[in-house]
Design a protein around this ligand. Structure first.
Ligand SMILES: [Zn+2]
Length: 87
């Protein structure tokens, strides 16, 4: 797992971070995609407003994540998306 942790999590950009098609998420996801050519990395998906059972990228069912990283509890290994869904 990547130790690079870019945090843009502020109250001002919660809506943008929750939008699958926002420029911020598209750019961030592209960076993670590039890094995955070198080593396994995940894109942290922010969940502020709703419970997520399906991947915001591919729509597949999220799996339980048990690797004890920053409270993450769900993952899509296909899209390399990790999230903490405690709603
Ligand atoms: Zn996915």
């Amino acid at each position: 797992m990547s130790m690079l942790d870019l945090t843009l999590n502020t109250e001002e950009n919660q809506e943008e971070l929750s939008d699958t098609n926002s420029l911020l998420n598209r750019l961030g996801y592209d960076i993670v995609n590039g890094l995955n050519k070198i080593r396994k990395c995940y894109y942290w998906w922010h969940t502020y407003f709703e419970t997520m059972d399906y991947c915001p990228k591919c729509g597949g069912l999220l799996r339980e994540y048990n690797n004890d990283y920053e409270g993450a509890n769900k993952v899509c290994e296909t899209c390399n998306i990790l999230l903490n869904d405690t709603h």
